[in-house]
Design a protein. Structure first.
Length: 134
């Protein structure tokens, strides 16, 4: 419901404030919360609020590649960015973002790895349905 979505958004924003007060800015707990909040904001039709969160996650984690946690966070940020582009009707941009995600992930993981598989599935969904989501 709308009330549940608003409550979830409020709780995630409160959690972000709490985490920021108790952890250093680059701690993965903050990035995990940013990804969850960004995803919720996109689903609530507020992608402009998600963009800066995704930018922070990418900026903090790209230098940490090829660490597995960094891959998970960068992949999540790119997948959400691709979703935003597809939602805006920019399939070309969504495809470019997914290709970037595949290139980054494929450097360190084999084709059968779950991150690589999820990106390829998103690319196929975009091609068939015009949407990244399953």
């Amino acid at each position: 419901s709308v009330e549940d979505d608003a409550r979830a958004e409020l709780l995630l924003k409160q959690n972000a404030t709490f985490l920021a007060a108790h952890y250093p800015p680059a701690h993965s707990h903050l990035d995990n919360n940013r990804i969850i909040l960004a995803n919720l904001l996109v689903e609530l039709g507020k992608p402009e609020e998600a963009d800066p969160l995704l930018a922070m996650v990418e900026a903090q984690n790209r230098p940490r590649l090829p660490k597995p946690k960094a891959h998970i966070l960068v992949n999540a940020a790119l997948m959400i960015r691709a979703t935003i582009a597809a939602d805006r009707g920019d399939r070309k941009r969504a495809e470019e973002i997914l290709e970037e995600a595949l290139a980054v992930t494929s450097k360190d993981y084999p084709p059968e790895h779950r991150l690589v598989v999820s990106i390829k599935r998103a690319m196929e969904n975009l091609r068939i349905k015009g949407d990244v989501r399953d």
